[in-house]
Design a protein around this ligand. Structure first.
Ligand code: CA
Length: 735
């Protein structure tokens, strides 16, 4: 940009040039050279600030293409309805805000479009905020055609939200928000001052891309309101958005205010439910909940008064309990504002539930949540269960819900049966029953056109195959050259690694022929996984004998150094031996603040290990945070392990997560847990399976129940002589 002093490069779009009240630093367009004016691009943060301060109704501020680092972007200006002030990109998608960048809007009639936030994280509480500060909010303003992708604080527990709406009459549409990993809802609407209530916001045609399991409360994709202002009218309209695998926690969306509308949205393969957590008088209409049979997929969870759920389609949902296709909660009598208000006046009409696992009525009933639903109706619904029993579960007296003119395929419980006609699966149904019309929105009609939406490919697919010969540091060198999804095939022979390998992409490393590759390593960790790191190992024989004598060695560990991630480790046909150089050697360990989606061990052998082979117990501060969603051990052999074979810790009492899961099956355990150590420690696990294992010289598994109603499957375990063995001891810490 040429030197033109305080020149402000304001492109005035068809507005009369007579800005009588133009601030004095504005250079009248006629004084600018034609060349500068044609260019019209803002290329530095200082230029932007000067331009913004001078902006008049009808002006457009255009950021030049390129990467803008650490840009505290503020648009604080007053447009008019006929002539808004616009901030946009030279080319949509080519203006990237990275590092510690953020955007704040204040004033009226502002429009922002075309920006991309990636490769960084916000230093503030939000990435895009519809306020400059608590005094200066945005009204009648719009953010559109903008992307936030993977813009995550490297510390998972650091809380922020990507988009926060304040003020009134604002619009957020055709944006793409994908891959949030750290704590805090992806998007929130705040009602924390009078100017942000009765807000009339419109949130539409956005693509909410995958939000993987967070591993604690705080993984919602959208939250409207908070318990504190929940009895206040909000009036936000959420329509035609696509929620793609938004599975952070039990609430896909958490409605915590009154008078909102969710219309025509698609919830695709998303765990949990749209939860009417607080506030009254919300309408849920014309939405599609399509679970595709994925785990924990649910529909709507109903709490509070005057909620209407009508003409929605609920399909292929496997969730139960808090993630049922429909969950009507019990309330707390005279509930405090942050607990559960009684369901009163719910209207559940003309919905189609097709291939759903459960509809939960009076869910949460206990000595505290004893207020059953009242004055409610469940009418003209079609309910086709996916199992061999009715999907309806009644946990309390449901006489406060009037059931009438519904159709179902499986005999419902006697208490509500009079409100149903039975049909065979697939039989034609009167068209006044169930939902009709169009539901949800197509993925392609949401988000932006110029930024690809997430696909459903395995992270281990799509790369190249590289053959590697045995020798020194050969795996380190291969990983240094590897790209996402690559497969490294080790030729027979001995491999020794003197360097630790930082892994931030998914890769597969496998023996060309199982059992022909010997691997040793000389550092306390061979693999340090961060960011998108995921590792599939197959067919290797690994020795820990060359590792240093450090307490806390672990063959694989996680790290926050390269950013947060949801990691996967798969070990199959592996043999581990001689992990005893120090007294606490592990195979896979989670560092505090890190998370594994899945650690899966198949058909592998572990002998002589001094520590806990699978150690996911770094979150000991009882915040409900944990380190692994699924630990799966099957068809494997463990012998001479001094620690427990696995340790999982999930403290805290909130009911926000489906995990951790620990599935241990078809394996044998001999001489485990020298002294007192249990075979495994599963503290706070929500779902355990211990099936068909053989055990000799080991203490039982210690399972500690801290919250919720864990699923437990325990069967077929035996001693080496074939007699049934009791290898599970349960402790219950719930009240
Ligand atoms: Ca939550």
């Amino acid at each position: 940009m040429r030197a033109i002093g305080l020149t402000v490069l304001v492109v005035t779009l068809g507005v009369a040039q007579g800005c009588a009240t133009a601030p004095e630093q504005t250079v009248e367009p006629s004084e600018l050279s034609e060349a500068v004016f044609d260019q019209g691009l803002i290329t530095t943060q200082d230029e932007y600030e000067a331009a913004m301060l001078a902006a008049q109704p009808g002006d457009t501020l255009v950021l030049a293409n390129g990467v803008w680092r650490d840009f505290d972007l503020v648009l604080d200006a007053e447009g008019t309805e006929a002539a808004p002030i616009t901030l946009t990109a030279e080319t949509p998608g080519e203006v990237v805000l990275s590092g510690q960048s953020s955007l704040r809007l204040g004033g009226r009639h502002l429009v922002v479009s075309g920006l991309v936030f990636k490769d960084g994280y916000t230093p503030l509480n939000e990435v895009i905020s519809f306020r400059v500060n608590s005094e200066r909010l945005a009204f009648n303003s719009r953010v559109t055609n903008t992307v936030i992708e993977g813009y995550n604080n490297p510390e998972r527990v650091q809380r922020d939200s990507w988009v926060v709406m304040y003020g009134q009459n604002n619009e957020f549409d055709h944006n793409h928000l994908s891959g949030k990993l750290n704590s805090g809802p992806t998007m929130t609407v705040r009602l924390n001052s009078e100017d942000s209530q009765n807000n009339n916001h419109h949130i539409h045609h956005n693509y909410f891309g995958p939000r993987p399991v967070f591993g604690s409360n705080g993984g919602e994709t959208l939250r409207i309101g908070t318990s504190h202002y929940s009895l206040t009218h909000s009036g936000t309209l959420v329509e035609h958005n696509f929620f793609d695998r938004c599975s952070g926690e039990v609430e896909i969306a958490s409605n915590k205010s009154g008078g909102n509308t969710f219309r025509g949205n698609t919830f695709y393969k998303s765990r949990g439910t749209l939860t009417l957590r607080h506030g009254n008088g919300t309408l849920i209409e014309g939405n599609l909940f399509e679970g595709q049979g994925a785990p924990y997929t649910g529909g709507v969870r109903v709490i509070n008064a005057e909620q209407t759920i009508r003409n929605n389609a609920f399909r292929n949902l496997t969730g139960t309990r808090f993630s049922g296709a429909l969950v009507v909660m019990n309330g707390v009598p005279n509930s405090p504002i942050n607990r559960y208000h009684q369901v009163d006046g719910a209207e559940i009409l003309n919905n189609s539930f097709e291939q759903v696992s459960t509809i939960e009525l009076g869910e949460g009933s206990d000595s505290e949540r004893s207020a059953v639903p009242i004055n409610s109706r469940f009418e003209n619904n079609l309910v086709i269960g996916s199992r061999d029993q009715t999907p309806f579960n009644l946990y309390d007296d449901m006489s406060g819900i009037a059931f009438a003119d519904n159709v179902t395929n499986l005999e419902p419980p006697a208490e509500i049966a009079s409100g149903f006609n039975l049909v065979g699966d697939g039989a034609p149904v009167d068209n006044t029953i169930g939902a009709s019309g169009e539901f949800g929105v197509a993925k392609s009609d949401t988000g932006v056109e110029w930024f690809a939406k997430a696909d459903e490919r395995s992270p281990f697919e799509g790369g190249q195959v590289t053959l590697v010969e045995p020798g020194q540091n050969k795996i380190f060198e291969a990983i240094a050259q590897a790209s996402t999804g690559d497969e490294i095939v080790l030729q027979p022979g001995a491999y020794n690694e003197a360097k630790s390998i930082a892994l931030n992409i998914p890769v597969t490393i496998r023996a060309a022929e199982p059992g022909t590759v010997q691997l040793s390593f000389e550092r306390r960790n061979l693999f340090q996984i961060s960011a998108d790191g995921a590792l599939r190992l197959s067919g290797l024989s690994v020795s820990g004998a060359s590792a240093p004598d450090n307490v806390g060695n672990s063959f694989i560990t996680s790290s926050t150094r390269g950013g947060p991630g949801n990691h996967i480790v798969e070990l199959s046909d592996m043999a581990f031996d001689d992990f005893v150089i120090n007294r606490a050697f592990s195979i896979v360990t989670a560092a505090k603040g890190t998370f594994f989606d899945r650690v899966e061990i198949t058909n592998s052998v572990f002998n002589d290990v001094s520590g806990v082979p699978f150690k996911f117990d770094a979150e000991t501060d009882d915040f409900g945070i944990y380190n692994v969603e699924y630990l799966i051990i099957k068809d494997s052999v463990f012998s001479n392990v001094r620690g427990s074979i696995a340790s999982i810790y999930r403290g805290g009492r909130d009911e926000s997560t489906f995990g951790p899961h620990a599935f241990i099956s078809g394996s044998s355990f001999t001489n485990i847990g020298a002294g007192e150590a249990p075979l495994a420690v599963l503290h706070g696990a929500q779902n355990i399976k211990i099936e068909d294992n053989t055990v000799e010289a080991a203490n039982p598994v210690r399972f500690v129940i801290t919250t919720g109603i864990p699923k437990v499957s325990y069967t077929g375990n035996q001693g080496v002589d074939g007699t049934p063995a009791s290898i599970l001891v349960t402790e219950d810490l719930r009240k």
